[in-house]
Write a new protein. Sequence first.
Length: 115
Amino acid sequence: QVQLIESGGGLVQAGGSLRLSCAASGRTFSNTGMGWFRQAPGKERESVAYISWSGGITQYADSVKGRFTISRDVAKNTVYLQMNGLKPEDTAIYYCKMYGPSTYWGQGTQVTVSS
């Protein structure tokens, strides 16, 4: 059974930074893409960032380009989301996703950015 555990969320002032982590257990993810999504109250879940299994391909939502960076440590089965220059509109629950023949989601971590 695959488990994805996110951590690193919290309350931060606008302009601040947070680093989210997503640790995978139950299987290695060296050959799967990973992504970060977020869902704000009353809104649809949206894709924030994606990283390929090799780490050679990364993609970002326009709203976070230049501020967020996705990375992965295959040896630690962990994917990260470094978030800089946070804005109040970044407030949401952030989820990580493992792609593959089956998809898996973490339970989410709350990020709150105060103005």
